[in-house]
Design a protein around this ligand. Sequence first.
Ligand SMILES: NC(=O)c1ccc[n+]([C@@H]2O[C@H](COP(=O)([O-])OP(=O)(O)OC[C@H]3O[C@@H](n4cnc5c(N)ncnc54)[C@H](OP(=O)(O)O)[C@@H]3O)[C@@H](O)[C@H]2O)c1
Length: 306
Amino acid sequence: MRAVVHDRYGPPEVLRLADIEPPRPGPDDVLIRVHATTVSRTDCAFRSGRPYVGRLVTGFPRPRWRVLGSELAGTVEAIGPAVTGFAVGQEVFGLNPWRFGTHAEFVRVPQSGLLAPKPAGVGFDEAAAVCDGATLALMGLRPAGLRPGRSVLVYGASGSIGTAAVQLARHAGADVTAVCQAHKVEAVRPLGVEVVDAFPPRTFDVVFDAVGKLTFRRCARSLAPGGVFVATDGLGNLLLSRVSRRALFPVPPRYDSRDVLFLKQLVEEGHYRPVIDRRYPLEEVTQATRYVETGQKTGNVVLTVS
Ligand SMILES: NC(=O)c1ccc[n+]([C@@H]2O[C@H](COP(=O)([O-])OP(=O)(O)OC[C@H]3O[C@@H](n4cnc5c(N)ncnc54)[C@H](OP(=O)(O)O)[C@@H]3O)[C@@H](O)[C@H]2O)c1
């Protein structure tokens, strides 16, 4: 099968298209023919091997995962003998975190993993971009107290996690303010919340830094009494989250397979749509990755596979 492989850490140019053996499904596995996937910031971090300390997880001296890619939408090609929840030919979507392998024509996903029937009414490319930003957004928003009436500020609302967080908080009934750079305001406005290009002079129950640029200290003035800061990056934020209940940093990420069904329902009911910035064919994975690494995408970047 065709797959994007890398055998060493480095810039996007270490990625190359190769012919490799397709995975064989184990007894509990679903083998999926991938129609679309995405290039995410996680893929970029695992490929670059930076910061170096991350190689304790991503592999040393070589990358542990040769084929990257976590999000997928495709068709079930084969199932293991113990699989009961999926059938050959079924259209599915989901996420393969910590296993990767979706930058390829076929990927193996355990039936207990983050896999569900594809939402009705969306194409494979849209379905492929549903899960990554949204599951990460849920991991931060839920423990921060996502309920009707809570005031939530989403900083960096134009990214993958940001565009998801805005929609999920809005769906939960929160009073959402989205903050993004001035040139992205028009791109975020269709998500149906107030969008501004700077911190407003008021306080919030939750400040969610969806782009990993803030510190608790910088947000402290924007937090209401008892308010919570949610971080997505930064060692200082991580350390603080271990000693203060007012700072959250959902690391390591804890995925819940039920979230895929939850997101499918939201998509079908029209409460959630992944924002797609660009689409590239699998062959152009290096260009797609260079773009993702600019840190300037709006929402998600999709790779179409077949
Ligand atoms: N905790 C985890 O497990 C985990 C997993 C994956 C990613 N992350 C982290 O989460 C963060 C967000 O990931 P993502 O995939 O959502 O990012 P992304 O999609 O690459 O975010 C890009 C967007 O952020 C905006 N942006 C960049 N700098 C900004 C700033 N200073 N102020 C406001 N907006 C800014 C960009 O707008 P402009 O074009 O206007 O700059 C762009 O629209 C990253 O730091 C990533 O490392 C965490």
